[in-house]
Design a protein around this ligand. Sequence first.
Ligand SMILES: Cc1cc2nc3c(=O)[nH]c(=O)nc-3n(C[C@H](O)[C@H](O)[C@H](O)COP(=O)(O)O)c2cc1C
Length: 177
Amino acid sequence: MSKKILFIYSSVDGHTLKICKHMMAKNKSLATMNIHSLETVTPQDLDSNEIIVIGASIRYGNHRKELYSFINKNVAVLDKKNAYFFSVNAVARKIEKRSPEVNTYIKKFKKSVKWSPKKIQVFPGKIDYPKYNFFDKHMVRLIMYFSGGPTDLSKSYEFTDWKEVDRFADEIIESDI
Ligand SMILES: Cc1cc2nc3c(=O)[nH]c(=O)nc-3n(C[C@H](O)[C@H](O)[C@H](O)COP(=O)(O)O)c2cc1C
């Protein structure tokens, strides 16, 4: 019987979802893959998959608070599974801020949940200025300006290293259940 993997995403603009779908496509012949947003996943979904991968993006310095309440509510079942977490943010475009040990948002994550995932990964996300509303566009540009990032409002910038995503997907598929 093939492994069953459940991807759960917390995504505002769709990039975390894209990363989940990339991982699903990479190993689709090796496991049964299921995917749900944080809003639609049910306790039955958690129960019926051996491997659980939760991915969440950062906005204005935080993962969504619903992510923390979801994890803390389901920590008992997550602890029984092979469960992984990844965070998607723009700060991680800088290699020295990408490792989970130094990434600010992972430090906050660890303080906010009672769960220790089997592995935590950080992926650089995407800045998609044309897609943002006026306020977000200018706020993100300000954040980028102060951190030495790109500021051309007419462009999109994808920082994700897809080979890194592939490696994470391979680790997940190889995990013993
Ligand atoms: C309004 C807004 C605020 C953001 N704030 C941060 C931030 O504080 N730190 C950071 O590293 N990235 C920040 N980002 C970058 C996002 O984490 C990045 O765009 C990510 O790819 C979004 O993933 P999603 O499409 O799954 O929501 C922000 C993006 C937007 C649009």
